[in-house]
Design a protein around this ligand. Structure first.
Ligand code: ADP
Ligand code: MG
Length: 271
């Protein structure tokens, strides 16, 4: 595979949008696999108790496996929990088990509750894995798990579905990011908007696309992810679309998006 540029320093990208079903998990796993298949080392942190990212990456997430839950509690390291994905070499995933479901509440009473993931990622254990990219797949809420993801990251990637009400709730998300910037992580910024589930046959898809580009300018990737049955089928086989159907439009679009992310780098642009 053709090699992508290695970032000058590790990029930690949180994939967030408090709306469910907009393509957070799908984008996380396919972008991660896209970068890994093109030569980079990638670690995915599954921070959604549903464990869908773990499933799509072919990583066991039954309740007894070492998971992100024990990592957040400080009981084990990221390296203890990181499992190799079946989807690419140099691709690893810290799975989420159902145990994580109670953690929003458990975390509340913990010391440095917003910084648990950041601390875990700053460890010697992560240095040994030496990931070029870390992606954090967030649950569909703005609770403590998502705050942990935003505190640990440099960048936020927001997937936006080309559908009705696509922009609804975005103001709330951006407000939350600003709060985290103001109080917990001044370096955080929204580096990437990814338009997903684009259906070229509908006028609406184009309306949403131009509205998002008008608002976010170059932060929105040129590559748009089409609505594709292959993309939605792949997780049922414990796969990303990149291995499930490599030649499909969905697969090509995620490879292109991964390339675009790698090639434009982490340079901060003014939106
Ligand atoms: P989120 O993580 O934001 O809740 P998901 O990534 O799980 O969203 O996507 C929601 C549903 O939409 C899933 O069933 C997924 O397979 C499907 N899906 C995601 N992206 C696409 C796409 N481009 N085309 C078709 N189906 C998609
Ligand atoms: Mg999800």
């Amino acid at each position: 595979e053709n090699q992508l540029p290695r970032p000058t320093r590790r990029r930690i990208i949180t994939v967030a949008n408090q709306k469910g079903g907009v393509g957070k998990t799908t984008s996380t796993v396919n972008l991660a696999a896209g970068l890994a298949l093109q030569g980079l080392t990638v670690l995915v942190i599954d921070l959604d108790p549903q464990g869908n990212a773990s499933t799509a990456l072919g990583v066991d997430h039954r309740s007894h496996v070492p998971s992100v839950y024990e990592v957040l509690l400080g009981e084990i390291t990221v390296a203890d929990a990181a499992a190799p994905s079946s989807q690419a070499s140099n691709l690893y995933c810290v799975p989420a088990t159902i145990d994580l479901a109670g953690s929003e509440i458990e975390l509340v009473s913990m010391v440095a509750r917003e910084g648990r993931l950041k601390e875990a990622l700053n460890s010697e254990a992560v240095e040994r894995l030496a990931p070029d990219y870390i992606f954090v797949d967030c649950p569909p809420s703005l609770g403590l798990l998502t705050v942990n993801a935003m505190v640990a990251a440099h960048e936020v990637l927001i997937p936006i579905q080309c559908e009705y009400y696509a922009l609804e709730g975005l103001g709330q998300l951006l407000n939350n990011i600003e709060l985290v910037q103001a109080h917990l992580n001044p370096a955080l910024w929204v580096s990437t908007i990814l338009l997903t589930m684009y259906d070229g046959r509908t006028k609406l898809a184009d309306q949403v696309t131009s509205e998002v580009r008008g608002h976010f300018g170059d932060l929105a990737l040129r590559t748009v992810i089409p609505r594709s049955v292959k993309i939605s089928e792949a997780p049922g086989f414990g796969q990303t679309v990149l291995t499930y159907d490599p030649g499909s439009r969905g697969s090509m679009s995620y490879l292109d998006a991964a390339k675009e992310i790698a090639e434009r780098g982490a340079e901060r642009k003014s939106a």
